[in-house]
Ligand binder design. Structure first.
Ligand code: ADP
Ligand code: MG
Length: 416
């Protein structure tokens, strides 16, 4: 698949500033997946669809607490060349393992029966069927320039690309409804990830991949999945957003995520609220929580939701240059109170700040994955160079970099 993200092929010469990973164009994604489709299944697909990865600007670990978050869609997308089949057969192949076509039937795509990446690729078939939509078999070939497992949501990208493809080839009529239909497709993708892939994630990733608008950040209220499109134009403010993929991998991440969710749920129960979103007097809440760890988790969630509001207000007011301290505070809260950072993320953030970033923080679930840094336009090479050098000095693996410009949500790709 994406050669730029393959560890063996990404070795930059240390003396050079690392190049950011460039997103594929429509034509590139379409020709790659159409070629894989032809090689794997013969013939041509009905079309090619794509869905983006995302990066969250602020509002981390709050989606499952009914909080607010503010992701943007990345220009980096997962592409799916797909053809409808009316015989109930489902076949999927990924450029990651082009010789291994998975083949089954519609009846095989149920929770507990499909594993590995196939659960993400075929899962929307199950959840859309559960929702009463008339979907059936298909052949699908997948390729992506979203780094996998980097906290940039390659999982939602693959689900959402398949879901929009199924919407069109089976005439489900959701995309043509606009955001209301996209919200329905996103909800189906969340259930595919939770129930078919067995990953207990919140709703942010699929909302961003499905519902984002180019040039906007998506303010998502996780109480009811309502959104507001917030114009987000860093270029006119003379700024850029640099994504630093630490490529760090840490064990026990899944257990940690579940433990954070459980702690929040337990604290909400003790406080007599449905979700921590309802806590409006933080000091009073902290005073009645006996466990200091649980109290720290609550402090992160409540203060982080407040930071999302402040950040959004500044962006709306055309004061995006002032959001840096909120990014820094978010990182500290995640590091100290939520304990989901790690040495690589802390080093990336500290080095980016020292190299001139206005603010920086880890983004995504943590324990590895990616960080973001808000930097002056044109500073990407120097900040990335500083981070790469710091990683090399610390004996850490080589990080990767992406320039994040708010791209569009999932949809059909113009054929080249
Ligand atoms: P993230 O969403 O942060 O990238 P996840 O662990 O949630 O990390 O999802 C990564 C998983 O999604 C991969 O392990 C794989 O199962 C699946 N996946 C994503 N993109 C692809 C792809 N192009 N080909 C095959 N599997 C993919
Ligand atoms: Mg994911």
């Amino acid at each position: 698949m994406n050669q730029q993200t393959h560890p063996d092929k990404a070795a930059h010469r240390p003396s050079e500033a690392p190049e950011p990973q460039i997103a594929w164009t429509d034509g590139e994604g379409a020709s790659r997946t159409a070629a894989l489709f032809g090689d794997s299944f013969g013939g041509v697909p009905d079309g090619v669809w794509a869905a983006p990865g995302r990066v969250n600007l602020i509002g981390e670990h709050v989606d499952y607490n009914g909080g607010l978050c503010l992701p943007i869609a990345l220009p980096h997308r997962t592409f799916v060349a797909l053809a409808r089949r009316d015989d109930g057969v489902v076949r999927v192949v990924s450029a990651l393992a082009p010789s291994k076509v998975w083949s089954g039937t519609v009846a095989d795509v149920v929770p507990g029966s499909v594993s590995s990446w196939v659960a993400y690729a075929a899962g929307p078939l199950w959840s859309l069927t559960q929702d009463g939509f008339g979907v059936g078999g298909f052949d699908a070939a997948v390729d992506s320039c979203v780094p996998l497992g980097a906290g940039l949501s390659s999982s939602a990208a693959i689900e959402c690309a398949v879901a929009v493809a199924l919407d069109e080839v089976y005439g489900l009529g959701q995309l043509v409804l606009g955001d209301a239909g996209r919200a329905r497709l996103a909800a189906a993708c969340v259930r595919a990830e939770n129930e078919v892939a067995g990953a207990p994630t919140g709703g942010m990733d699929q909302a961003a991949s499905m519902r984002a608008l180019a040039g906007h950040a998506l303010l998502l209220d996780n109480v009811d999945a309502s959104i507001e499109q917030v114009p987000f134009d860093l270029e006119s403010a003379g700024l850029e957003l640099l994504v630093i993929d630490t490529r760090a991998e840490h064990a026990l991440v899944d257990g940690q995520y579940a433990a954070r969710r459980a702690a929040c749920h337990a604290a909400a129960g003790r406080l007599g609220v449905a979700t921590l979103r309802e806590v409006d007097d933080l000091d009073a809440a902290l005073a009645v929580l006996p466990d200091p760890v649980e109290a720290a988790r609550v402090r992160h969630v409540v203060t982080e939701i407040a930071r999302v509001r402040e950040f959004t207000d500044l962006v709306r007011a055309g004061r995006v240059r002032e959001v840096g301290p909120l990014l820094d505070a978010s990182h500290e809260s995640l590091r100290v109170d939520y304990e989901v950072s790690c040495a690589e993320l802390d080093l990336a953030v500290a080095t980016a700040r020292a190299a001139g970033a206005l603010g920086a923080r880890m983004t995504g679930g943590g324990f590895g994955g990616s960080a973001i840094a808000l930097i002056e336009a044109g500073a990407a090479a120097s900040v990335a160079g500083a981070v790469a050098a710091a990683f090399a000095s610390a004996g850490m693996g080589e990080p990767a970099f992406l320039a994040a410009v708010a791209g569009p949500g999932a949809g059909r790709v113009a054929q080249s």
